[in-house]
Design a protein around this ligand. Structure first.
Ligand code: ADP
Length: 320
């Protein structure tokens, strides 16, 4: 019987568990033997594999995090460690591997396929939504919903005190979490790494809005778009108004996955297993224009991300 191993790698994201569950159950339904690898590539090098059955993934669809755990494994950049990982898989008679993670994890998957002959399929699992070939990554929707809850709570208290508030959200060099949260949360200003912003303009707009009777102003800052303390100091200097800051941090990485992430997890998993059954390798799955797609890993990694300027303009125009 053909065998498949599953691992999660890099930063965890809500929906990884739902995806593990779907991979395991669909692979078993398709008569594959399934193994779970603990702690990403490190578990492959250290031989931490466990046989999985349908019961191994009971009661996890609603849980954040990853039951397989995840890890960073810098030594995996070196071919000798990739070969060691491949030896582990070969010792179990496993030719197929599903890797759930971000761009770094995809690079590792590509190397394992190219250098060691393992069939690999990548599933995009990262809250950052920073992969160009797919409209959405697993975990992004849940992370944005977490930000929206924070925005709602902040708005309650800021309104009561006529305050200005800045919420820093994650996303590394990608502004999508900030942008989507800002539009969905009705936020006045969104600062993202993809668009140059003008603090003079923001400061005078805040002053003007207060004159017009606005009771609160909110800024959502993507972590890659600047230093929150410097921004607050500049606004205070220009307006005399002090800005209350909140950093949401790792709360965005946890929590029960949203409906959208659970459905995406199931669809990605089925596509990944079907590709492996079709003897394909070095591919990643994604979603484009609401359709599940696959794409060559190298092509996926070399694509340049297009920022959603249209949505950014909507955010701006609705905030006036
Ligand atoms: P993410 O997958 O979330 O982007 P990282 O960038 O930390 O997270 O990558 C996760 C792991 O993938 C790394 O710890 C390493 O084991 C592996 N990896 C990253 N880049 C490469 C690479 N260029 N070659 C081989 N393996 C890599």
């Amino acid at each position: 019987m053909a065998k498949v191993a599953i691992l999660t790698s890099g930063g965890d994201a809500p929906g990884m568990n739902a995806c593990i569950r779907a991979c395991v159950r669909y692979a078993i339904y398709k008569d594959l033997d399934v193994f779970g690898v603990e702690r990403g590539y490190k578990g492959l090098i250290d031989n931490h594999l466990n046989y999985m059955n349908n019961r191994s993934v009971s009661g996890i669809v609603q849980r954040g995090g990853t039951i397989l755990r995840t890890a960073r494994c810098p030594e995996f950049n070196q071919i000798e460690y990739q070969q060691q990982a491949a030896e582990t898989l070969k010792a179990y008679g496993i030719d197929n591997l599903v890797v759930i993670g971000g761009d770094g994890s995809f690079r590792g998957a590509r190397d394992l396929s190219n250098n060691c002959g393992i069939n690999v399929i990548g599933i995009p699992g990262t809250i950052d939504n920073d992969l160009a070939y797919t409209d959405y990554t697993l975990g992004f929707d849940t992370a944005v919903n977490t930000c929206i809850s924070a925005i709602n709570s902040l708005r309650d208290t800021m309104d009561s005190h006529d305050r200005v508030s800045l919420l820093e959200v994650m996303g590394r060099n990608c502004g999508d979490i900030a942008l989507y949260a800002a539009v969905a949360g009705g936020v006045e200003y969104v600062l993202v790494p993809e668009v140059k912003y003008d603090l003079d303009e923001i400061a005078s707009s805040i002053k003007f809005s207060q004159k017009r009777g606005k009771t609160s102003n909110m800024i959502v800052l993507a972590e890659g778009a600047g230093d929150k303390d410097e921004i607050c100091t500049a606004i205070k200097q220009k307006t005399g108004i002090s800005v209350k800051t909140t950093t949401l941090g790792h709360i965005q990485r946890g929590g029960s996955p949203s409906m959208a992430d659970r459905i995406l997890a199931a669809k990605f998993a089925v596509k990944a297993i079907d590709l492996l059954l079709d003897k394909q390798t070095n591919k990643v799955v994604g979603i484009k224009d609401n359709k599940i797609i696959d794409c060559d890993i190298n092509e996926a990694l070399s694509k340049k991300r297009e920022f959603d300027k249209e949505l950014y303009d909507i955010a701006h125009n609705l905030s006036l």
